[in-house]
Design a protein around this ligand. Structure first.
Ligand SMILES: *[C@@H]1O[C@H](CO)[C@@H](O)[C@H](O)[C@H]1NC(C)=O
Ligand SMILES: *[C@@H]1O[C@H](CO)[C@@H](O)[C@H](O)[C@H]1NC(C)=O
Ligand SMILES: *[C@@H]1O[C@H](CO)[C@@H](O)[C@H](O)[C@H]1NC(C)=O
Ligand SMILES: *[C@@H]1O[C@H](CO)[C@@H](O)[C@H](O)[C@H]1NC(C)=O
Ligand SMILES: *[C@@H]1O[C@H](CO)[C@@H](O)[C@H](O)[C@H]1NC(C)=O
Ligand SMILES: *[C@@H]1O[C@H](CO)[C@@H](O)[C@H](O)[C@H]1NC(C)=O
Ligand SMILES: *[C@@H]1O[C@H](CO)[C@@H](O)[C@H](O)[C@H]1NC(C)=O
Ligand SMILES: *[C@@H]1O[C@H](CO)[C@@H](O)[C@H](O)[C@H]1NC(C)=O
Ligand SMILES: *[C@@H]1O[C@H](CO)[C@@H](O)[C@H](O)[C@H]1NC(C)=O
Ligand SMILES: *[C@@H]1O[C@H](CO)[C@@H](O)[C@H](O)[C@H]1NC(C)=O
Ligand SMILES: *[C@@H]1O[C@H](CO)[C@@H](O)[C@H](O)[C@H]1NC(C)=O
Ligand SMILES: *[C@@H]1O[C@H](CO)[C@@H](O)[C@H](O)[C@H]1NC(C)=O
Length: 770
């Protein structure tokens, strides 16, 4: 209970605080009112919000007395008001806001009555969002327009604890400068715009493709001011960065006595780009830098939060496994936080306890966590839906923890989920003996599709009993495809998916399924991978994807309004994508069977290879119809930071592009999707099925591979000429070349924006490949 009180105090403190960014708000509910104005302008005056006394986050929605067509939401917190509004919009209004856009403006012009008042309350004090790496895999290049949509999405769903990493480097640079480091010494440490998450984690240091430009650092800082202000306005407590201990190499020469250790090598990166220097937290310099960081940050954003994100050993094992050392590290780190902010609460991702389970024995976990008082730490049990650690660590030895869904690696897009686990798991954990669970949250690496598995978990945070999955799915579909008379076929399509792809109980394949078409071609090792980045398809395509696809197509001919519904179009492209990705496996196996049979000819290899290339061509075409599946969207977002607009008004505005900077940003954007490192260190980790990437890069790789097989067969008549090292090097070279391209080459047919009609192409995909 004490922990809950601490938590709630932090929220009220955040709300009450006057920040240096703005005068104190007239009402704490102004932010929710502004959300209504932004998303549902025609009803700007129809919603009344009132804060009332009460514990926890609760709301009551009712018809406004004396204002016909008016709705009143009473709430105990701003976040509860926002959730109350969402409950009205979704349950009574039948509309929603999605990653693909807000459809809240489709609310009827006369608001439907509430009737019997609806109440609700959160079962946990915290609803959390983001993984540190989401800031690189999804939002790396976002401008405020995209942020605004996501923040509204979060606020309405009741999230009150979002991570807020943007602009971190601006503060960090000031701290290092104050400590006496030169610009060059600091620059040597910082990583590029697409890779900042892993620099923040201490996995990598430095940049490939050029040093981090000052302009990026400044623009991101300006963006962060907008983001955290909006978070606070919407009743959220931003989880802010802090000084972690990772420092430029040169710090040691400035402070020869400082206790600095060298962290471990990460993912095969060369030493110059990893093995980060780590200042031991019990060194007095650590506290000095922490105080410097937190005071500069508070000055920049105001007194808006006391919760800090701080990860020191994410995929990076401690210099020593000695229990005293581990205790020392946390005790020193916590003392530094408290010296800088007497109310500091430390939030950490618990991924390390799973990913380095061999190192992190229970004894070591306990020693490490023991350096901080129980109520002042929040551990994100990062992958609870599949690999919970809270149950092996006695509820993190009494620390507060959050039930989190990881689900997605690197923004990979394969359909996958387990709705039963997401509804039953949190309730079981919360009601288990000695539970210290205090939150429910989303920690996906990237936000790419499968939106239902994220929605259902955030909704579960407002229900003390497990949600009924089949009812949930029906309601979800009917507001997602918000058309008059939704054909039953659309609901049936989703019921089919819910009981197949979203009822995955295969413990080897519990994350978004990676498609082998996105992997570097090879004669073996691609199919049926399990674990991290599974390629094993844990369902039968013919009894799941195929019938669901057919039902969606039927629905669109029964009600043509679906043909212009943005979420329907998104989903029809997504299911076409999944069918083609799965059929690609069959085509690949057939190519390999042809290769294995040494009686087949080079010509038969070329023919077998054509099927693979046909699939990639069809896939690229259907993806190209939708803005959510374009590599050009990602590249555009990256390049936008190199544009400056001068003058004012549409006539005088003059957009200037710094081409050097734009090319640098584009390289970062492309490299993350492909080689992920200067030399393919974690090649294809963040692969995507996006038009442009599929039609060019993946297609060029597979075409090269097929040619290689055919040439090898031709040269010797058997398989002896196949040299895995040689073809791998050739494909890596192709990746390096692709990464330096500039989008927009007309000869390659590169366009910005969409082309083609989704339903015509989807029908073609179904007819050919189902
Ligand atoms: C809410 O609680 C405060 C402090 O206990 C009290 O002063 C105030 O009158 C209460 N307001 C309502 C509407 O009950
Ligand atoms: C709603 O109000 C009823 C009656 O006061 C109460 O029994 C119920 O627990 C409330 N439900 C929630 C979710 O707060
Ligand atoms: C480093 O430690 C040595 C030995 O304790 C001391 O003589 C020296 O002054 C220290 N140097 C700095 C820069 O603090
Ligand atoms: C723990 O920290 C103290 C300084 O506070 C240091 O003297 C000691 O060596 C550290 N112990 C270990 C095991 O690292
Ligand atoms: C924790 O829960 C998971 C999922 O239910 C289970 O697989 C695992 O065995 C449990 N671990 C312990 C130590 O009970
Ligand atoms: C809960 O805590 C009590 C007291 O510390 C302990 O005896 C009991 O074993 C714990 N139960 C579980 C399931 O951990
Ligand atoms: C999901 O799978 C479980 C176990 O196989 C089964 O009991 C349950 O009915 C399935 N749920 C749905 C919605 O099909
Ligand atoms: C992959 O796994 C599936 C299901 O377990 C199995 O039917 C199939 O034969 C496997 N394919 C290969 C190429 O190993
Ligand atoms: C091809 O041959 C390899 C090596 O003998 C074997 O492991 C693999 O299963 C074969 N693949 C197919 C698709 O026939
Ligand atoms: C263009 O960008 C590059 C790389 O960030 C930078 O060095 C250069 O100063 C910029 N040029 C102008 C004119 O701003
Ligand atoms: C395979 O290719 C690599 C790189 O081109 C080369 O160094 C090696 O000698 C080749 N191996 C064989 C057996 O030809
Ligand atoms: C455009 O693409 C064509 C075809 O791949 C290529 O030959 C040409 O060099 C490209 N031009 C530029 C400027 O990249």
């Amino acid at each position: 209970m004490r922990a809950i009180l601490v938590a709630l105090t932090a929220v009220s403190a955040a709300l009450a605080a006057t920040t240096s960014l703005k005068p104190a708000p007239v009402s704490p509910l102004q932010g929710v009112q502004a959300l209504v104005k932004r998303r549902i302008p025609k009803h700007a005056n129809d919603f009344t919000f009132q804060l009332v006394n009460g514990t926890g986050d609760s709301f009551l929605v009712s018809d406004t007395k004396g204002h016909s067509g008016g709705v009143t939401v009473q709430c105990t917190t701003v976040s509860a008001c926002s959730r109350g509004l969402y409950t009205y919009l979704t349950q009574i209004g039948g509309v929603d806001i999605w990653w693909t856009g807000s459809r809240l403006d489709q609310l009827p012009s006369r608001l439907p009555a509430v009737g019997k008042p609806i109440n609700g309350s959160s079962i946990v004090p915290w609803r959390y969002h983001f993984n540190t790496v989401t800031f690189s895999y999804t939002t790396a290049f976002w401008g405020f327009d995209k942020w605004e949509l996501l923040l509204d999405w979060l606020a309405l769903r009741g999230v009150n604890l979002p991570l807020a990493w943007v602009g971190n480097e601006y503060i960090l640079i000031q701290v290092f400068k104050e400590a006496g480091l030169s610009d060059a010494e600091i620059s040597d440490f910082l990583s590029g715009p697409a890779f900042q998450a892993w620099n923040r984690f201490g996995n990598i240091q430095g940049s490939w493709g050029g040093a981090l430009p000052v302009q990026w650092v400044e623009d991101q800082f300006a963006l962060q001011k907008q983001i955290v202000k909006r978070m606070v306005d919407l009743g959220m407590t931003p989880v802010l960065p802090s000084f972690t201990g990772f420092v430029p190499k040169a710090l040691q020469s400035h402070y020869p006595n400082a206790s600095i250790v060298i962290g471990s090598q990460w993912s095969g990166f060369p030493t110059s780009l990893t093995n980060d220097s780590f200042l031991n937290p019990f060194d007095p310099l650590f506290t000095k830098l922490q105080t410097s960081f937190i005071s500069k940050q508070a000055k920049a954003y105001g007194n808006i939060s006391h919760i800090y994100t701080l990860d020191q050993y994410n995929e990076n094992d401690p210099a020593s496994g000695d229990l005293d050392y581990l205790r020392n590290v946390t005790a020193g780190t916590y003392a530094s936080l408290r010296a800088a902010d007497p109310q500091a609460v430390w939030l950490m991702q618990g991924w390390l306890f799973f990913s380095s389970e061999d190192f992190w024995t229970n004894e070591r976990v306990e020693a490490y966590l023991s350096g901080v008082p129980a109520e002042n730490m929040i551990v994100l049990d990062l992958y609870t839906e599949s690999q919970p650690q809270w149950n092996r660590t006695n509820n993190y030895f009494g620390k507060n923890w959050v039930w989190c869904e990881l689900h997605d690696y690197g923004g990979n897009q394969g359909f996958e989920g387990n709705l039963e686990v997401l509804t039953q798991g949190p309730i079981a954990a919360l009601t288990s003996p000695n539970s210290t669970m205090k939150g429910i949250g989303l920690t996906m690496e990237g936000q790419e599709g499968n939106e239902i598995v994220y929605d259902i978990l955030l909704d579960q945070a407002w229900s003390s009993t497990p949600l009924n999955v089949s009812t949930y799915v029906k309601n979800w579909v009917s507001r997602r495809y918000n058309v008059k008379s939704l054909p039953a076929a659309a609901t049936q399509a989703w019921s089919t998916l819910a009981s197949t792809v979203y009822n995955n109980t295969n413990t080897g394949s519990e994350a978004t399924i990676k498609s082998i078409l996105e992997l570097t071609p090879a004669t073996s090792g691609l199919v049926n991978r399990t674990g991290h980045h599974p390629t094993l398809i844990p369902y039968d395509t013919d009894t799941s994807i195929v019938p669901a696809f057919q039902l969606l197509l039927n629905a669109s001919s029964q009600n043509p309004a679906l043909r212009t519904n943005p979420e329907f179009l998104n989903d029809i492209v997504d299911i076409s994508r999944q069918l083609l990705a799965n059929r690609f496996i069959d085509a690949y196996l057939s190519l390999i069977a042809t290769w294995n049979s040494t009686t087949t000819t080079a010509r038969s290899l070329t023919l077998a290879g054509e099927t693979l290339l046909d699939i990639l061509g069809d896939l690229d075409a259907v993806l190209a119809t939708n803005p959510n599946f374009l590599v050009s969207t990602w590249i555009h977002d990256a390049r936008q930071w190199a544009s400056t607009t001068t003058g004012s008004g549409s006539n005088t505005a003059n957009v200037k592009v710094n081409q050097t900077y734009a090319a640098y940003l584009e390289y970062n954007a492309r490299n993350q999707l492909t080689l992920w490192g200067p030399n393919g260190e974690i090649n294809d980790y963040a692969s995507k099925q996006w038009a442009g990437l599929v039609g060019q890069y993946y297609a060029e790789r597979w075409a090269t591979f097929v040619r290689y097989l055919a040439d090898a067969r031709k040269s010797t008549g058997d398989n002896s000429a196949y040299n895995a090292t040689e073809i791998k090097a050739r494909l890596l070279g192709l990746g390096k070349e692709w990464d330096t391209r500039i989008w927009g080459n007309k000869t390659r047919g590169e366009t910005w924006g969409t082309t083609g009609d989704a339903l015509t192409l989807a029908q073609g995909v179904f007819d050919t490949w189902a």
